[in-house]
Design a protein around this ligand. Structure first.
Ligand SMILES: [Fe+2]
Length: 198
């Protein structure tokens, strides 16, 4: 499955695709009138149904509904369809990401933070059996300012003038999280992963 975030509508032509896709999902807290779904269920190799939820934070991001307003109903629906539930929480503030993981502890398999691009050193399994990390990190060029050629990003910050960004190319790494769980969806381990590929 692929989850999205605050840049979902940067390419408007994605909208009709999102309306029909069952594997590419967008944050639940956009307008109910916007296309796309925020819950996807697929079958793992061993036959276990796995649900993935996409939710966005409300601190410093533009959302129609706060994540805490929506999350209980979403988790209820996900759990009715799959024992393993993974939440991608695309959010800016560490406080909001830690709070959501704590709120969901024992009800979902993992709460994985995204959006800030810098992998955090807090991969853990909470007491109720929910794996969590504040940010899973960035798969992309790390010789950059979160993916953009550094001189372009610095130029925009120094001058306040618009600068067309282009992606950097060097020190490409895959970053993410490896979560192991029981068949009932309870996490048993959570490990941050970083692999240098180029
Ligand atoms: Fe983002």
């Amino acid at each position: 499955m692929i989850t999205l975030g605050n840049h979902t509508w940067a390419r408007r032509e994605l909208a009709p695709y999102l309306a029909t896709s069952e594997r590419v999902i967008r944050p639940a807290n956009f307008s109910r009138n916007a296309p796309g779904r925020s819950l996807a269920v697929a079958t793992a190799q061993d036959g276990t149904p796995v649900a993935v939820l996409n939710l966005m934070g409300s601190l410093y991001l533009d959302v129609t509904y706060g994540p805490f307003e929506l999350v209980d109903d979403l988790v209820g629906e996900a759990r009715s369809r799959a024992p393993v539930v993974v939440v991608d929480f695309h959010a800016e503030a560490t406080s909001e990401k830690v709070a959501l993981a704590r709120w969901l502890d024992g009800r979902v398999t993992a709460v994985l933070g995204t959006h800030t691009h810098i992998q955090t050193a807090d991969a853990r399994v909470l007491p109720g059996g929910t794996a969590a990390i504040t940010d899973a990190g960035m798969t992309g060029p790390h010789d950059s300012v979160i993916g953009v050629e550094a001189d372009l990003a610095i130029g925009r910050m120094r001058t306040g003038m618009p600068v067309r960004f282009s992606p950097a190319e060097r020190d490409v790494r895959i970053e993410g999280v490896l979560v192991e769980c029981d068949p009932d969806g309870r996490a048993t381990s959570c490990e941050a992963v970083r692999v240098r590929v180029g």
